[in-house]
Design a binder for this molecule. Structure first.
Ligand SMILES: Cc1ncc(COP(=O)(O)O)c(C=O)c1O
Length: 401
């Protein structure tokens, strides 16, 4: 029978040779991994008054001196990196961050506007998911498919007309940032909370190269810490107003989660230290690589959407899978499987992302090679050896080690 350690070893050896273009994944530095493997991963702390067994207990666990020091410093780093007034690293994931924000800020039976999955919105905010679990009604946030962006005018009209309790910016497919200012103003007019789920773009926002007004122009910015943000898998939240954060914070312990996983939080702190030093350069490079790769693929015969807008302002690009299928008869899932046979990893939606390979040190001049390998692999050519030669010996960039 296979031992787990052997399976993990096989996985690591294989993935170290693969070209990973999945936009929701990234790799962490040795220092982040060390924090993940630390004793903090064995511990609890509440630090809040919790109602336990019929009593309010101030801090239910002892032995938490350093755990608490870690949390304080991580929150400080979050406030610095995002220029925010308040922060928490407690959410266990981007999804849990969203659940907790909605639980704290939307009344029972409330109305929430969010982008539909068909428009690239994260599915979780629509039925049969969170509305069914939490008892809110979901309606669509208007979308302009021709520009692949929130339809600002229609969104403002929609907010004024429907008067929702919250509006969620929930782009899973993200090329261009929404125009937040008019949306924020409309939300303020009707008393709606504007929640920015930046799961995909938190690393680019941290580096200052995507949606620089995300904190100033929303009630809460939150999301995953492992997509463009090169931290451990988990979540974070930052806000312009400490009172909003205090309300959300009260919804974690014993409501949407119990232990916050302190090794993860320490590891996030290490990634924040890296982000503080290298975030701007990293984010610039990710986006520049995305634009360069999109153009190289499109000009090389694998069609990419939105050439008229220079393809993207984020880490992602969208293959024109309909045009590709019409020409080759190959649907996106088949294409993804074919690429995997050559150790090129993409998701079944065929949105490609440059975050992980940028972290591994690839720059604009390498994008022609990446595009060539993807195009030839999609045509059925054997390119595995060339993929390994490109990826195998790369050293992680943007780390403090
Ligand atoms: C916009 C958005 N929110 C939330 C999530 C879920 O994040 P996590 O996997 O960290 O729970 C995703 C996942 O892809 C996402 O794209």
């Amino acid at each position: 029978m296979d031992r787990i350690a052997d399976l993990v070893g096989e996985h690591e050896a294989w993935r170290s040779r693969c070209l990973n273009l999945i936009p929701s994944e990234n790799v962490t530095s040795p220092a982040v991994r060390a924090a993940l493997g630390s004793d903090l991963g064995h511990r609890y702390t509440f630090r809040v008054d919790a109602y336990l067994h019929g009593h309010v207990i101030e801090n239910a666990y002892r032995g938490t001196r350093w755990t608490e020091a870690v949390e304080d410093r991580v929150e400080e780093l979050l406030r610095e990196v995002y220029s925010a007034e308040a922060a928490t690293a407690r959410p266990l994931s981007g999804h849990i961050a969203g659940v907790t924000a909605l639980a704290a800020l939307v009344p029972k039976g409330g109305l929430v506007m969010a982008l539909l999955p068909d428009d690239g919105g994260y599915d979780g905010y629509h039925p049969p998911h969170l509305p069914d679990l939490m008892g809110y009604t979901a309606m669509d946030l208007p979308w302009d498919g021709s520009r692949f962006q929130v339809d600002t005018e229609a969104a403002v009209d929609g907010i004024r007309g429907a008067r929702p309790d919250a509006v969620v910016i929930n782009q899973s497919f993200v090329l261009f940032p929404p125009e937040l200012e008019p949306i924020d103003e409309a939300c303020k007019e009707v008393g709606a909370r504007l929640l920015y789920d930046g799961s995909h773009t938190l690393g680019l926002i941290a580096g200052g190269h995507f949606q620089p007004d995300a904190v100033e122009r929303s009630d809460l910015l939150f999301g995953s810490t492992h997509k463009t943000f090169f931290g451990p898998q988990g979540g974070l939240m930052v806000a312009r107003d400490p009172e909003v954060m205090a309300r959300v914070r009260a919804s974690f312990t014993l409501t949407t989660q119990d232990n916050a996983h302190w090794n993860r939080i320490a590891a996030l702190g290490v990634a924040l230290e890296e982000m503080k030093v290298y975030g701007a350069r990293y984010a610039y490079q990710v986006i520049s690589n995305a634009k360069t790769l999109a153009r190289a693929l499109d000009e090389g015969g694998l069609p990419v959407r939105y050439a008229d807008r220079d393809y993207t302002e984020s880490h992602q690009m969208m293959l024109d899978t309909a045009a590709f299928e019409e020409r080759t008869g190959m649907d996106p899932q088949t294409l993804a499987i074919r690429l995997e046979t050559q150790d090129i990893i993409v998701d079944a939606m065929c949105r490609l992302g440059t975050n992980e390979m940028t972290r591994k040190g690839l720059v604009e001049k390498d994008m022609a090679t990446v595009a060539d390998l993807v195009i030839r692999a999609s045509a059925g050519e054997e390119v595995k050896g060339e993929v390994h030669a490109l990826v195998e010996d790369l050293e992680l960039e943007f780390t403090l080690d």
